[in-house]
Design a protein around this ligand. Sequence first.
Ligand code: M6R
Length: 596
Amino acid sequence: MCGIVGYAGRRNAQPILLDCLKRLEYRGYDSAGLAIVGDGLEVFKSKGEIAVLEASMPAMKGTVGIAHTRWATQGKPTTENAHPFSDCTGKLAIVHNGIISNFMDVRESLVNDGHKFTSETDTEVFAHLVEAEFKGDLMDAVFNALKRVDGTYAFAVVSEGSGDIVATRRESPLVVGLGDGENFIASDLTALLKYTNRMVYIHDGEVVRVSKDSVTIKNEKGELVTREPQKITWNLEDAEKGGYPHFMLKEIFEQPEAIHDSLLGRVESVDVEPFFAGNIFSSVKIVACGTSYYAGLVGKYIIEELAKIPVTVQISSEYRYSSAPRENPLVVLITQSGETADTLGAAREAKKRGNKTIGIANVVGSAITREVDHVIYTRAGPEIGVAATKTFVTQLVALYLLAMELGIQNKSLTAQARRSMIGSLRNLPRAVQDVLNQAEVIEALASKYAKARDMFFIGRSINYPIALEGALKTKEIAYIHGEGFPAGELKHGPLALLSKDSPVVAIAVKDRTYEKMLGNISEVSARGSPVIAIGYEGDTELARYVDDVIWVREIPPVFSPVPVIVALQLWAYYLAKARGCPIDKPKNIAKTVTVE
Ligand code: M6R
C-alpha cells in the first residue's frame, strides 16, 4: 500500500502536493518524493517520512506535479527505490501504488532493449514502458504500456512540457478531485478534502487525463466515459482515518484487499525454491511473540496437514534461552514489525545453532530481514492500530503458501491438491467480506456481553490458536480478562471458573472435531455460562446448542481460521467500543516492542 497524489492548476504545485501527501501518510511512510513540471521536469525524493522529505527538499517551481509516499513491497526502503521514477531520458516521471507481478520478465526485456534501471522496484518498469511507447501522446503511451503489465496498480505520469497528468488504475484506488481552474488525483479522497469535495471515481482499466481545466476519462477500449462528480460530505477530521472512527476498524476492513495483495503473483510460488535448493527439511520450528506467535501456532496445523512434517512453536523470549536440541529444523521467525527485540534475538540464536531461517515480516527492510536467510513479506500495508489484525491474517496467508511449498518439496502434496488449495486461498477475501458485512450484528451482540469481567474462548484443532488470539484481542483492546483454551481441556480444570457471568465464545466449524465441540459446549451450558458460537452458515444443529451465533461462510476447515479471526477481531473491537476504551492505543502496550 502506498499513497499517490497529483495536482494540475495555476498555483505552485509543491506545497499543495506536500500537504495532500501528509494526509496519505497512513498508506506508507518509508520514503517519499515528488516530481514537478515547470521549466523542465524536476524530481526530488528521499528515504524516511514526509517530514524528512520536506526538510531536505529545495523550492521547486511549477504548477503541475505528482507525489508519492511509499510502503515498500519490492525493493528496500531507500532513496533509490523511492518514487517518482524517471525513464532513461528524464523527460517523464511516474508514481505507483500496487504490485506489478510480471515485472521481472518485463524488466529483462526492457534491459535487452537498452533501458537503464536505477532501482530494485517493480514500478520502474512502467516508466520505461511508457518511454518505449511514447509517440507524442502521453495517454496513448500509457494505454499501450498497460498491455504489458500484470498486477494491481494506480499509476500517475507527468512529462516535461505538458500540463497534463495521465493516471490509471486496476484494483488500487484512484479518485479525481475537481477544483476551479485546478484538478487533482489521489489514492484516497481524504487527501483532497481541504481543496475540493467534488470527486470522480476512476474505475478499473480506465485511463484519465487531468489538466487544470479538463478531465478526460477513457475506458479500456479507448472510448470516452462521462461520469458525474460526487459531492462528499466528510470533514477533515473524518478523513484522517479514511472515515473510520479508529485505525483498528479501518485495518479490519482492509483485510480482503490485504489478502488479495499477499497472494498476488505468488500462488504458484513464494520464491522459496532457490532458498530450498537441495535442502529437504524434516522439521520446522516457528518462533514469534504475541499475535505473531498465535499465527505460528495456526501455522503448525497448516504445515503438519499440508507438508506432513512435525512443527514446534516457541515464544521468542523462551526460544532464545533454551538449550539447542540435536535436530536441525527450518526456523521460521514471524514478526509484523520486523523489529521485535525478542524475535531478533531468536533469529540470531537460530543462526548460531546453524539452522536455516525464514522471516515472515510486514515491514520491508526492517531489522529481521537482515538476520534471516530468506524473507516472505506479508504485504498488509502499514498497520497503525496497536492491535494486530490485518498483519495476522496475512501472516496466515504466508504460512499457507510456505506449507504448500514444503508439501510440494517433500511430495506430501500433489499438484492437484495444491490447485484446489489455491482455489480456496483465492476465495478467502470473499469469506472475509461476508464477515465484515455482519459488523452491525456483531456490534449488537458485543454490546449485550460488554459488561463481563471474564470471558473464555474455546476451540479445537486449528481453531484452538484462534481462540487464544481472540482472547488476546479482547484483553488488549477491551480490558476484559479473556482466556483461550483447547475445548477438550475445560474438564481438566477451567470448568471451575465458569458461571452465568462469564460468557464463553466457542468456535465450532464443521471439521473432524465438530461433534466433540458440541459436547464441550454442552458442558459449558450446563454450568450456566452463556455461549456465543462461531459456526458455518446454515448449521441449524449448532444454533440449538447456544445462546447466540456469528456465522461464517463454509470453506474447507484448514482455511476457517481466516474468517473466524475476523469475526473475533470485530467482537473485540465492539466490546472495547461499548466499554469506552482507547482502541488504537491501549494502555501499557506499544505497537513495536524493541526491549527484551
Ligand atoms: O511486530 P511483531 O509481530 O513481532 O509483534 C509481536 C507482538 O508484540 C504483537 O503481535 C502484539 O502481541 C500485538 N499488539 C497484539 O495485537
